[in-house]
Design a protein. Sequence first.
Lengths: 189, 102
Amino acid sequence: MSWRSLMLLAALSASAWAQQIPLEALEKKFSGRTSETVEVNLDGNMLRIAMAFLRDDDPEQARAKKLLQDVKAIYVRVWKFNRGTEYLSSDLDDIRAQLKGWSKVVDVRSGNARGENTGVYMQMAGDKIQGIVVLAGEGRELTMVNLIGSLDPAQLRDLGGKFGIPNLTGLPGMGGEPKPGRKKNQDEK
Amino acid sequence: MSELEYQLRQALRRREPSEGFADRVMARIPAAPERRGAVLWWRWVAAAAACLMLAAGIGRYEQHRRGVQARDQLMLALEITEKKLAVVQSKVDELNRRSVPE
């Protein structure tokens, strides 16, 4: 293998790592505060194996296969907190710090320490999405989805409403006319 | 002593073996292990083949099980993503409703 190929391989690997959000710090922070945790880690080989087992005769699985053909990894965490030890908005600062340079499609931060926080963040490379992070905090449950790989925004939009994925029209990068009103970095009371 | 007892004693009395008996027995000993080794060799081959087939079957089953498990995890991940995008959508809709001037 030539030096040029090695450099290209290293760069590709590094770019994949750039879209992956490190979760260890958050898991350590939340340790002992949750009654239940849902964890899904599908990367590299495991994702390829999963894709190979998707059935073409099942409409949902067939659409998933089409959507995820260029996706490299999917990480999901759902934390259900005990009463009194819910996550704080400040707990999410570490994640948000990792998302510098990402496009904030939606970023809702509560002014309350234990308020709701939601967000959709994308890392773009040209007209392709290279990484998506979805943050959804509701009550005593916090969910984080990190999707790494190449996604066509049109594909996401086209599947909106069919796979159950809402059609996020009106948002930058998701197609359609933007709706009037506030969109980003909203603080709620 | 009765007639029966006498006959039994005669039949079961100790008799010395014929000349060269010990040598004939010793000469036949090497022949027996060779034949036993040949039979055992085939048994080992059959046992190894059966073990290999069993391992291959178990490996195949395990691969299938991991694949189905991975697929189920993938569908779970997509279902969670779908639900949470719906949460985000509803939040965006709520903000838009609040911000649109009446």
